[in-house]
Design a protein around this ligand. Sequence first.
Ligand SMILES: [Zn+2]
Length: 386
Amino acid sequence: MSSPSPGSTSVGTGVSDRMPLPALNKAGHVAHCVRCLDGLPASLVEMDASRMAIAFYCLSTLDVTSMAERQISPTDRKSWKEWIWDQYAEGGFHSGPFVSVSGSDTAHPSRGGAGVVASAATAPHLIMTYCALLALAVLRDDYALLNRAALKCMVGACQDADGGFETMPGAGDADLRMTYCAFVVCALLGDWSCIDLPRALSYIQRCRTYEGGYGQTPLGESLGGPTYCALAALHLVPADHACAPQARLQRAEWHATVRWLLHMQAEALAPVGGGGFAGRTNKLADACYGFWCGAALAILGAGDLLDAHALGAFLAQCQYKFGGISKAPGEHPDPYHTYLSIAAAAIISPDPAWGLQPLDPLINATPETARWAKEHVSAAPPEPKR
Ligand SMILES: [Zn+2]
């Protein structure tokens, strides 16, 4: 942490929010992600069922910090591509094999109760498909194994009659996260014909709340994550699409949403979580909402209205001394909060010395990786190899 500048008088003066920011420990955060690519620590075992997402967070951290070239050897690059394609089936990707903590007595009788069991997901999953396509773009894969027709079929099959999207057909778990993932897949394919777009836009509209944010599902409470998902999805609809007018906020809606998002940022000098964003009204700041709310404001062209220096200071405080970023100061780090904090910093750029790549807030990737994904996912396929 940096010390106050000479003569500054601290609390209440507003001086502290102009202090130089602590350094971003990029080498430590990259090392945390490289460690997690090899295997999650025991404290993060509950994240193991989302291995594809972990791969996306870790590889994207390497990308945004410009370390992908240096940290991923040709051998690792090849084996990571192979591992991702091993999770490909029926047009989409699943999360990969995982271990989970089980309360079943049969899982580990010798321990007399809870134990660790190996599980395997095999059906394609919409969120994991989004993560896999982006992770492959970071690895500059050519998607030669991708069956575009089957991918479109899978995404279309995940859409419900009311316009929402489920993680898998028939899962009954529709919410705005999957709407966002479906829209990204359509944007990467450059083809929106596999989904009922008017119905999907109507679903998003029904998730909008009186506060100006969006709930996870219709009639839900405003939350930072779904608000990002809704706004990114709306702005992914191409300007020349017949549905584009339906996908833009009215002026009054824009004002309400910007206002709600800005209110999620704690005052720079707040005693707890100062400068950070909360995910909902009356909650404490959490590093990941620096991305969900910060990127949402950037999408609305209002990124300059948030206090970037204060958010940068909060994210810097969430850095763990041995690398990785946690949801709040003093907590244990994980790849999810590490990546989203770095992605937030890439968007708001609180300190040029942090030296991050810019970020495409709609796709959630560097512009170069987003461009690669669009060019190669949409490319006319060779004969599918499997
Ligand atoms: Zn969080």
